[in-house]
Ligand binder design. Structure first.
Ligand code: MRU
Length: 363
């Protein structure tokens, strides 16, 4: 997507053929900086430290991480080690496992001498496919926004979103934000309520920045404001992304998503989840029982990062000395609270039958 005069993606293969460029998301919105990943260790660090984050982008970075690893050593043991290191970086987004499985399936049958080139090729293909999936999700979601706009007689469609499921979280377009960007580009008036998304503030820092770059009207709200806005009739649609969706339609997404879904159901606001198929975990049905929830550092809760008056990025403590904190990073929204899954093949009910009908043969 555009930043200033240039089109950017959050990840790219560098022209040197030996490294990968990323936008360092830990510095946004205060500083736009890129950095280069040249080793397996650097790729794993980028995912773990959340320089890159968002389910599809985690998968893409892992794929390139395998390519970087193959340049360090392309034997079977090297491949196994790369898969283990990258697979251990973050537990919840299933796109990570999906991307690593795909890389392994492509590389394992090849002799070591052909693995480097094949890994770069496969990672690049995975990235291009992700962009196409998101564009398709955007078109299906746009149709739904268009209907709501017509029902509102052209008044702005007020959309609430949680976390960042925009282009920074994918290889381009985003999932939940793709329909919003497309609606705006199509001349449909939209206004986005952006949940700040504590503790790491992906909404306030990243979603707001993306919307600002694209000229989409929006307002950042405290995480706890969504229910109130829905009760007051100020939200026409909730749309969020996902880190893992089960075969029965349960949705793991950033912590706080479940509360938004509860409020949406109570107030009759449609609650949609944008889901590219690599985010569907066909091996499980019960999300509450089977989706691993990442526990992150308590420091993300006890401290907040921001920019001070001198322009420095600083971290400040917001709790008393000595108060412990807990930091579950995701929650599971049961399928019964989800009004629709916006996939690249269309919008379907969050049920096992509807998903199976849309993706026949996938188990
Ligand atoms: O911890 P993060 O920032 O990686 O979490 C991201 C989310 O929860 C997104 O909503 C999800 O990955 C969907 S991204 C298209």
């Amino acid at each position: 997507m555009r930043v200033g005069e240039r089109h950017w993606r959050p990840i790219w293969a560098e022209a040197d053929g030996r490294s990968v460029g990323i936008i360092d998301q830990t510095l946004l919105p205060h500083r736009f900086e890129t950095t280069r990943l040249a080793t397996l260790a650097e790729a794993a660090h980028a995912i773990r430290s959340m320089q890159v984050r968002g389910a599809p982008l985690i998968g893409a970075t892992a794929a390139y991480g395998v390519a970087l690893a193959m340049a360090e050593g392309a034997g079977d043991g090297d491949l196994d080690r790369a898969l283990a290191v990258l697979g251990g970086t973050r537990p919840t987004a299933v796109n990570l496992r999906w991307a690593l499985d795909r890389m392994a399936a492509r590389l394992r049958p090849l002799p070591a001498g052909r693995r480097v080139a094949a890994a770069w090729e496969e990672a690049a293909a995975l990235v291009e496919e992700d962009v196409a999936l998101n564009a398709a999700i955007g078109r299906h979601g746009l149709a739904r926004i268009r209907e709501i706009a017509a029902a509102r007689g052209g008044a702005p469609v007020r959309i609430l979103t949680h976390c960042n499921a925009g282009w920074l979280a994918t290889c381009d377009w985003g999932t939940a934000l793709a329909p919003i960007f497309m609606a705006h580009d199509a001349g449909i008036a939209v206004h986005v309520w952006v949940d700040e998304t504590r503790p790491r503030n992906q909404g306030a820092a990243l979603t707001a920045w993306e919307l600002l770059q694209h000229g989409v009207p929006h307002a950042v709200v405290a995480d706890n404001a969504g229910g109130h806005l829905m009760q007051r009739g100020q939200v026409d649609l909730c749309i969020v992304g996902a880190d893992r969706v089960t075969a029965a339609g349960d949705v793991a997404n950033k912590i706080g998503t479940y509360l938004k879904a509860l409020a949406a159901r109570d107030t009759g606001v449609p609650f949609l989840v944008a889901v590219p198929s690599p985010t569907i975990d066909w091996t499980i049905a019960d999300g509450l029982a089977a989706i691993p929830i990442e526990e992150r550092s308590p420091l993300e809760v006890t401290r907040v990062q921001g920019r001070d008056a001198d322009g420095r990025i600083v971290s400040v403590q917001v709790v008393p000395d000595g108060s412990p904190a807990a930091n579950p990073a995701f929650d599971v929204t049961p399928a019964r609270l989800v009004d629709g899954l916006v996939t690249e093949r269309g919008i379907c009910a969050a049920t096992a039958a509807a998903l199976a009908a849309l993706f026949p043969g996938r188990r």
